[in-house]
Design a protein around this ligand. Structure first.
Ligand code: S6P
Ligand code: ZN
Length: 196
C-alpha cells in the first residue's frame, strides 16, 4: 500500500526547518549605521546574533507567480534606548506586497512610504499584517525575549536595501520611560505604543 508522503517543512521551536531551508544570521556588528546612537551601538557585543532568517526559497529569485516563505527571529538587545530591529527594505517591484504575522514575543512593524511617512503596528502571536508593495518595512523587537514572525512574499519582489541605508526610516521605536514609543525624527513627536 502506498503511504501518503510526510511534509518536508516544519515550524520547530519557532524556526523553519526542513529540506531546502536556508538560514541567514545577521550579527549586531553587521547592522552598523542603522541605530540613532552610534556610541551606544558600539558598546553592544558586535558578534552577538541580532536576528536570524530561515527561508524556503523553492524557485529562482525573480520567478513570477511564485512565493517565498521565511521566519525571522530578532534577539532582544538595546542600542541605548533603541530596540533591536531588522535592516528594513523596500521591494524593488512596488507591486509586490507581503504578509507578516506574529509568532512569539512582541514587536512592532514599522512601514514608511516613499515620501517618508511612517506608520507603526504592534505585532504579537496571532497578529497578521498586510504590507503594501510600495512601503518600506522593518520589524522591531520590543520584548525582552526573542520576537519571531513569519513572512510570505513574491519571489520576484526583489530587495532594495540601499535606499534605507542612505536615508533611513524617518521614525524610530525607542524605549522611553520603560515603554516603547514611536518617535518621529522630523519633529521629535512621540507616540506611546501600548504594550499588550
Ligand atoms: C523579505 C521579508 C523578510 C525579511 C527579514 C529580514 O521580503 O521581508 O524575510 O527579509 O525579516 O529583514 P531584512 O530587512 O533584513 O531583509
Ligand atoms: Zn520584504
Amino acid at each position: 500500500m502506498n503511504r501518503i508522503p510526510l511534509p518536508t517543512l516544519f515550524f520547530s521551536a519557532n524556526r523553519l526547518v526542513g529540506h531546502g531551508v536556508e538560514t541567514l544570521v545577521r550579527t549586531v556588528g553587521s547592522l552598523k549605521g542603522i541605530f540613532c546612537d552610534a556610541a551606544a551601538f558600539e558598546k553592544l557585543p558586535q558578534d552577538a546574533i541580532a536576528y536570524e532568517v530561515s527561508s524556503y526559497l523553492p524557485v529562482p529569485e525573480g520567478s513570477i507567480g511564485s512565493l517565498y516563505f521565511g521566519i525571522t527571529r530578532i534577539h532582544p538587545h538595546l542600542a541605548g534606548n533603541e530596540y533591536m530591529m531588522t535592516k528594513g527594505h523596500f521591494h524593488t517591484k512596488s507591486n509586490c506586497a507581503e504578509y507578516y504575522w506574529g509568532i512569539e514575543g512582541e514587536g512592532v512593524l514599522l512601514t514608511m512610504d516613499t515620501a517618508g511617512k511612517c506608520r507603526a503596528e504592534l505585532c504579537f502571536p496571532g497578529s497578521l499584517h498586510y504590507i503594501d508593495g510600495r512601503l518600506a518595512h522593518r520589524m522591531i523587537n520590543i520584548s525582552e525575549q526573542i520576537f519571531s514572525f513569519g513572512a510570505c512574499w513574491p519571489a520576484d519582489a526583489g530587495h532594495d536595501y540601499q535606499t534605507i541605508a542612505e536615508t533611513g526610516f524617518s521614525a524610530r521605536i525607542l524605549k522611553l520611560n520603560g515603554k516603547p514609543c514611536l518617535v518621529s525624527l522630523n519633529n521629535n513627536k512621540c507616540t506611546q505604543l501600548e504594550s499588550i
